[in-house]
Design a binder for this molecule. Structure first.
Ligand code: ATP
Ligand code: MG
Length: 457
């Protein structure tokens, strides 16, 4: 994958190299000409190429940056392209019809090119880069700060997170610009923070999650100085809003590397800030829970690789199920509640606590709880029950969840197989399958005749 990159390294080091005058002495500008890197225009989306051209035609600089360039250099297929320019958001908006300025933390322009959506950001400056929620709030409110935000390619480069995310490509002369040594780190397959890692984590603790996410996704190591402050400063994560953590958790678990990501999150003590109850349970040592979660993550990664649908509700359901189950059992024992009532109470308590960490929206909470509830309904198949359960909107996810529990070692006497057969059977076959079923715990499916009111005499 990196063969071409290896071979071009000496070339660009010899190439056009100069120190950036204004951005600290760690920056060295390297320009890699078109015949010394492996980015082919054919792999860049049409929209991104024409947006760069339009900006250039209007007299502005325009570069692809971030994941797009990184993944192109790794011979990957970027899922989206981000652009950086010296045009202000307002100028960008004027150039592209229908462009919209968005962004709470900092302004981004969404530019639509056909069916593509591009994110265009204006070069930012170093001294405005404090990205903690508090500081960005101040920045948002102050006109002065906002006006001072804009910078140059080199200041923009310095405020990005990792060196491999700070590579710029321009279709003007097809060169790659590298101020931070990103190409060398791509070659070394490492995630290295730009600047002093601890300072950068304090500015924005989400960068700890990003380090782990890229390491897992790319199979890179986290460079020692970048890795060292994470675990000892994991509590910085407490400052990140629960809504931002929800966005990040989707990127962590829904991008095809959930399994590797989960392991690294635990190793670096970060899972405790995303799923505190799950982390606590796993720390007490629960091999069954560990297995269930691992199987859920492995399945999710596999489905993503095969372009199958995945829903965050399912992953959240799996990550929290062992906690819910433990609480349900405790409630059944201490309060003598029925399984269904205990499950409801346990689920409410667990979800309540979870929301303090990650603001999971209702559209995922509701299906998650339905998946859990259906676990208690799937065994009851007598009479019309199997048909009612089968027609439930969440049946398929609940069935998958049942198979997951079985694969992780729970034994339900062939219940998963029964439901597999039920789904492929025709109507007659299904009737036959439920015919000899009895209700839960061997109860007859027929209702006992209503008791007559007691005779007052
Ligand atoms: P992905 O493939 O997941 O989209 P990406 O690197 O493009 O990876 P984005 O979240 O799309 O990640 O961000 C685009 C770029 O913006 C990053 O590559 C990085 O240069 C910069 N960036 C994003 N988040 C931060 C942050 N918290 N701190 C500093 N720079 C950031
Ligand atoms: Mg991106």
């Amino acid at each position: 994958m990196l063969k071409r990159l290896y071979s071009l390294l000496p070339a660009f080091i010899k190439g056009d190299t100069q120190r950036a005058p204004s951005a600290g002495n760690t920056q060295i500008k390297r320009i890699i000409p078109r015949d010394e890197h492996n980015i082919s225009r054919a792999n860049i989306s049409r929209g991104a190429v024409s947006a760069m051209k339009r900006l250039n035609d209007e007299g502005f600089e325009a570069y692809l940056v971030g994941g797009g360039v990184r993944d192109l250099l790794l011979d990957g297929h970027p899922k989206d392209f981000d652009l950086a320019t010296n045009a202000t958001p307002e100028q960008v908006r004027q150039i592209f019809r229908g462009a919209r300025i968005i962004g709470r933390r900092f302004k981004i322009v969404h530019v639509r090119m056909g069916r593509e959506l591009l994110e265009v950001t204006t070069f930012r400056d170093n001294h405005t880069e404090s990205e903690s929620e508090r500081d960005s709030h101040q920045a948002d409110s102050g006109m002065l700060l906002r006006d001072n935000v804009f910078g140059t390619l080199e200041t923009d480069s310095a405020r990005r997170d990792f060196t491999i995310n700070a590579l710029y490509y321009t279709s003007k002369d097809f060169t790659v610009v590298d101020y931070e040594g990103g190409l060398e780190d791509l070659k070394k397959r490492q995630i290295r923070m730009i600047g002093d890692p601890l300072t950068r984590y304090k500015e924005d603790p989400v960068r700890m999650l990003r380090a782990v996410r890229f390491a897992a996704k790319l199979g890179f190591k986290i460079e020692a100085n970048t890795a060292a402050p994470i675990a000892p400063n994991a509590e910085l994560m407490g400052q990140v809003s629960s809504s931002r953590l929800f966005d990040e958790s989707l990127k962590l678990f829904m991008a095809g590397s959930a399994t590797a990501t989960f392991t690294l999150l635990r190793d670096y003590g970060l899972l405790a800030y995303l799923f505190p109850q799950t982390e606590a349970l796993l720390q007490r040592g629960d091999p069954k829970a560990e297995k269930l979660i691992e199987h859920a993550l492995v399945n999710t990664d596999k489905r993503i690789r095969n372009d199958q649908r995945v829903t965050p509700a399912f992953i959240f359901a799996a990550l929290l199920w062992p906690v819910v189950k433990e609480k349900q059992e405790a409630l059944m024992a201490s309060e003598k509640l029925t399984p269904l009532v205990a499950l409801g109470q346990a689920a409410s308590a667990v979800v309540g606590q979870q929301l303090a960490a990650i603001a999971i929206p209702k559209r995922f909470l509701i299906p998650m709880r339905e998946i859990w509830d259906l676990q208690l309904r799937l065994p009851n198949r007598a009479g019309k029950r199997a048909f009612v359960t089968f027609s439930h909107e969440r049946f398929r996810a609940a069935y998958d969840f049942l198979l997951l529990r079985e694969s992780a070692g729970e034994n339900f006497d062939g219940l998963g197989q029964w439901w597999t057969d039920f789904q492929v059977a025709n109507e007659e076959g299904r009737e036959a399958m439920v015919k000899n079923m009895t209700g839960p715990k061997g109860r007859s499916r027929r209702r006992s005749p209503r008791k007559k009111p007691a005779d007052p005499a």
